[in-house]
Design a binder for this molecule. Structure first.
Ligand SMILES: *Cc1c(COP(=O)(O)O)cnc(C)c1O
Length: 370
C-alpha cells in the first residue's frame, strides 16, 4: 500500500512498544487501569496521581500513537474532543480561524456556535481554495485532507509554509488518512488532530481521538485543556483502541487495495455519474498520491442518479452497512446530503472494509444493476 520504510519500522516497533519496560511476570497486554486515584503519600515523587491527570491505559495508546506520529500525543474521548482541545488551546478573542467550508461539519458547527461567540472570527474556505488563499491576518489555519466527504486535497507543505509566513499556526485533521498513510507534522503542520474512532480503533465499537505535536509548549497547553475541561478518555476505551491499532496496518492494506479495485470499476460503471477517489489517475486529488499520501485511502465518493436510486442501492447491497462514520472492518456507506453536506442528492460516501474484494464487488455490482 505504499508504506514507507520508516512507517514499516514504526509499525513493527509499535507492536513491541511495551517490551523494553516489562519485568518478569508482567502482562504483555496493557491492563485496563480503572482507578480514579493512586497511592500518593508524596505529591512530588512522580507517577500517576489522579485520574483526570493521567492513566496507564491511556499512556499505552499514546505510546503507540507517538511512535506513528513521531511526536507527543494527548489522547481524547472522541475526535471532536481532540479538535476542541486543539482549537481552544490555540485561539483567543480577536483571532481569525480559517476552517474548511466542506470538511467535517461538526468542526464548523463547533467553531461557529462556540468560538465565534467568544470573539473568534471564523472564515470558511473551500478545501479546493486553500492552495491559492491569502492567510494574512489568520491566527490558525485548520485544514482537512482529503476532506470528508468531498475528498479534495490540500498541498499540506505549501499551505503550511504560506500560513507560517503569515504568522498563523497550522492544524491538520488527518482522520481520513491516519498517520500510517500521511504525516502532516513532517509537512510543517503544528498540530495534528484525528478521530481514532475511525480506522485506528477500526471496529466501530469505540469513540476516541488524539492531538499530536512536536512543540512541547503547545502540547503542554493541549494537555492542560484536557485536564481542565475534563475531556478525558476512559481506560476501557483506551484498551480497545490499543488493541485496534495493532492491526491498523494489515486492515489498511486490505481496505485501500480493495478501495482502489472498487473505485476503478465504479468509475466505468454505467450507473455511476461522478466518482471521487484520489487513487485513480483521473481524479483531481491524484497528484498527492505517492508523495503526500501513501495511497488513495479507503474512502470513495460517487454519485448515482438521484436520492431514490442511491437509497435503493444502499438498501439492496447486503455487504454495505447503512451507517454514518467510516474506517470499520465492514464496508459502510450513506447518502451524505441527508446531513446537509453540500453534495448532490445522489452522492454516496463509501468506506471500504476488509471483506474479500471480489465478493464485495459482486454484491455492489448486483445492487447497482437492479
Ligand atoms: C469522525 C470525524 C471527526 C470526529 O470524530 P468523533 O470521534 O466522531 O468525535 C472529526 N473529523 C473527521 C474528518 C471525522 O471524519
Amino acid at each position: 500500500m505504499g508504506l514507507s520504510d520508516e512507517n514499516a519500522l514504526r509499525m513493527a516497533r509499535l507492536l513491541h512498544h511495551r517490551k523494553a519496560a516489562l519485568k518478569q511476570g508482567d502482562p504483555i497486554v496493557p491492563p485496563i487501569t480503572a482507578s480514579a486515584t493512586y497511592h500518593l503519600p508524596h505529591v512530588q515523587a512522580g507517577g500517576q496521581f489522579y485520574g483526570r491527570n493521567g492513566n496507564p491505559t491511556w499512556d499505552a495508546v499514546e505510546a503507540q500513537l507517538s511512535l506513528l506520529e513521531e511526536a507527543e500525543v494527548a489522547s481524547f474521548p472522541s475526535g471532536m474532543a481532540a479538535i476542541a482541545a486543539a482549537l481552544f488551546s490555540t485561539l483567543k478573542a480577536g483571532d481569525r480561524l480559517v476552517i474548511p467550508a466542506d470538511g467535517y461539519y461538526v468542526t464548523r458547527v463547533l467553531s461557529q456556535g462556540f468560538l465565534k461567540p467568544l470573539g473568534v472570527e471564523v472564515q470558511l474556505l473551500p478545501t479546493a481554495s486553500y492552495g491559492t488563499a491569502d492567510f494574512a491576518g489568520a491566527a490558525v489555519v485548520y485544514l482537512e485532507t482529503p476532506s470528508n466527504p468531498g475528498l479534495d486535497v490540500v498541498d499540506i507543505a505549501a499551505v503550511s509554509a504560506r500560513a507560517h509566513a503569515a504568522g498563523a499556526k497550522v492544524i491538520a485533521d488527518n482522520t481520513t488518512m491516519t498517520p500510517l498513510l500521511q504525516q502532516p507534522l513532517d509537512l510543517g503542520c503544528d498540530l495534528v488532530v484525528a478521530a481514532d474512532t475511525k480506522a485506528p480503533a477500526g471496529h466501530s465499537d469505540v469513540l476516541f481521538g488524539h492531538v499530536a505535536g512536536r512543540d512541547a509548549a503547545l502540547m503542554a497547553r493541549v494537555r492542560d485543556w484536557r485536564r481542565m475541561s475534563g475531556a478525558i478518555p476512559g481506560p476501557f476505551e483506551a484498551f480497545l483502541v490499543h488493541r485496534g491499532i495493532g492491526t491498523l496496518e494489515v486492515r489498511l492494506e486490505r481496505m485501500c487495495a480493495s478501495a482502489a479495485t472498487v473505485a476503478g470499476r465504479l468509475a466505468v460503471h454505467p450507473a455511476v455519474r461522478v466518482l471521487r477517489y484520489p487513487g485513480l489517475a483521473c481524479d483531481p486529488s491524484h497528484w498527492a498520491v505517492g508523495s503526500q499520501m501513501a495511497n488513495g485511502g479507503f474512502l470513495i465518493g460517487f454519485e448515482l442518479a438521484n436520492a431514490g436510486v442511491a437509497e435503493g442501492f444502499l438498501a439492496r447491497c447486503p455487504l454495505i452497512e447503512q451507517s454514518t462514520s467510516f474506517g470499520g472492518t465492514h464496508s459502510a456507506a450513506e447518502r451524505r446530503a441527508r446531513w446537509g453536506d453540500a453534495v448532490p442528492e445522489g452522492f454516496i460516501r463509501l468506506s471500504v472494509g476488509v471483506e474479500p474484494v471480489e465478493v464485495l464487488w459482486a454484491a455492489i455490482d448486483a445492487a447497482l444493476r437492479r
